[in-house]
Design a protein around this ligand. Sequence first.
Ligand code: GCO
Ligand code: MN
Ligand code: MN
Length: 389
Amino acid sequence: MANEYEPRPEHKFTFGLWTVGNIGRDPFGEPVRQPLSPVELVHLLAEVGAYGVNFHDNDLVPIDATSAERDRIVRDFKRALQETGLVVPMATTNLFTDPAFKDGAFTSNDPRVRAYALQKTMRSMDLGAELGAKVYVFWGGREGVETDAAKDPVEALKRMREALNFLCEYSIEQGYGYKFALEAKPNEPRGDIYLATTGAMLGFIETLDHPEMVGVNPEVAHEHMAGLNFLHAVAQAWERGKLFHIDLNDQAFGRYDQDFRFGAHNLKSAFFLVKFLEDVGYQGSRHFDAHAYRTEGYEGVKDFARGCMRTYLILKEKARRFNQDQEIQGLLAEINADDGSMTGLLGPYSRERATRLKEYQFDRGTLGRRDLRYERLDQLTVELLLGVR
Ligand code: GCO
Ligand code: MN
Ligand code: MN
């Protein structure tokens, strides 16, 4: 198949306006690319074959725009969507760029900032709903501290809960049908950000008034920054029905927030991630939250965006081969073999089962002597990924 790795709408590949629109500013250097307008970015995304475009309120409408300017911008953007067929599956709020948010938004120590953050989010939810978004992402970029002298972490959680409860009610009352997706990140731009991992978010969600409408938006780079296994975070979210969205990119462990092209650094973990999403039948967006190297112009930005999608599709094809590889599947069958001898001993608790299990004589020596062949299995996986299998 010649176009096997060509992105198609059913792949649900999306990018944020801020991703392909990233102008390459970093803490040490000025922008290297001229900004493109939202309309130009929609056309760029259509050219590379994306399915959808997501945005923060201020990626589309500048924070100080008048309502007439807002209406014109939204009208032009809608026209670009119509012309290209791109959709807007997700929207979010910028609660981190403006100096008003220097100490966070929902968790700020200043009640005026907390109230302004709610107002800004409601307006941004209106904008997202107007453009068809069904997922609303919350990334608490500045919801944290540099020093714990400044903020009470218990109070911060309470403030965060109150804000999300408020906004859930707002969404319900407006009939927006949003699913909220909470995105964890351990640090950057704050020294420490509250609810630092996807696991922490999953615990927090259960304390909300409407846990059924709140899930997570895990990001590869964010779990890697914390030195964690991203797939395991995604699996935990999936198993609880909480994988509402996903941010794909790449990141070397222990480095600054890199936002590299998907698969650029940890190919093997990218493979197991794609395999997981495809095997379980994840139906949501495959959203790339990354940006091109600072060395690139807009041709390079297109290379970057095409690369994210193409790598995903190549890894998807590798996952198919993994699932059909006789030797790999044979090893997996061996590894997971069950001779039935434990039936009746394993399973839900009963007093009778507990009694039988306590009496059972295990042959520890035999258990310890069993070879597992994981070396072979991993080498076969590596060879498959390297294209010699
Ligand atoms: C980051 C985050 C953001 C969010 C975005 C959407 O590290 O900067 O990943 O890109 O995903 O703000 O909420
Ligand atoms: Mn990020
Ligand atoms: Mn992100």
